[in-house]
Design a protein around this ligand. Sequence first.
Ligand SMILES: Cc1cc2nc3c(=O)[nH]c(=O)nc-3n(C[C@H](O)[C@H](O)[C@H](O)COP(=O)(O)O)c2cc1C
Length: 356
Amino acid sequence: MCIDLNTPWTIGSVEIPTRLVLAPMAGVSVQAFRRQGRRYGAGLVCSEMVSCAGLSHKNERTLGYLRIGRDEHPLAVQIFGSEPGVMAEAARMVEAAGADLVDINFGCPVRKVTKTGAGASLLDEPHRAAAIVEAVAEAVDVPVCVKMRRGVENGSRTALEVGPQLVDAGAASLTLHPRSAQQMYTGTADHTLTAELVELVDVPVVASGDITSRGRAESILAESGCAAVMVGRVAQGNPWAVGEIAGIVEGTPTREEVVAELLHFMRDTVAEMGEQRATGFLKKFYGWYLGRGRFPKPFANELVRLETIDQVEERLLAAAPGAAASSRSSTRSMVSSRTSSLANGFGKRPRPRYQP
Ligand SMILES: Cc1cc2nc3c(=O)[nH]c(=O)nc-3n(C[C@H](O)[C@H](O)[C@H](O)COP(=O)(O)O)c2cc1C
């Protein structure tokens, strides 16, 4: 059966207007990124993973991850940790902050996380994993979701054993990134496993991994029977890919559009985290926005070396003067599409085809 990407679906009582979910990405999924994802058609956006220990210790930086804008809903905040009680306490804080969903990370393959018994390593400890889900589901009224890898070792099928146990423990949705933790990001995501998981559980399954175009999204929806698809790396500096998958953007953006969107993103980020933090944080985004053949390679490197955001803005506008007007109108259209996005999912914003 072919599901229309632009139809609503639900996780528990939470209605999600499209079948497109913006992936949680550490160091990327700030509010500016999530808002941009909503503007380009993502029905659900997620925070990056937040340490439950950091929340428990009221660490100032960690608490900052619980800042949620009115225009971000529906939004999942993802937490990671290994102690059911601490995770439950973190989940209560996430719910109190206004998140629509609490997402639990059983997928992070990074050693710093797995060595604490959190992330993907919990797939090898199904009892503890289920105890975490149960404690979190008991602690909050909002639906609890789990995001996981296929397992720890290459070729692992652990997700198929653990997934149903997590649903029994109270998970209202499962997201599967069917690579092993060992694989990190190499090889490909094997969505035949996603299809198998769909058969085993009676909650919505979200497919994550290598979904880079509308065609691919549609075929994974059809072939796996998943409820929604999640996009991650392709969205970095590339909201047009999100829009293409959502069916609201056609063609390649012009240089002016790229610069206008980057300026918009930079301003949103500065408003969110202050100029000093934003200056360093934004550097990786310059390559993501200005690469992909959009500008000559040395341009992004030049921006990275500049010391202030003002200098970067000035240089960007010198390279694409038309972006100044475009950036103002994009802010205006964002505000109006935000209004409609709250009312009916997202504002359809047709954009012109690329003119060489
Ligand atoms: C930089 C980066 C950070 C990530 N951080 C998280 C995270 O905090 N939580 C999580 O569940 N997955 C995280 N992921 C995994 C993504 O959510 C996603 O599952 C993965 O990138 C595969 O999807 P893609 O092929 O669309 O990128 C991260 C991925 C990347 C590239």
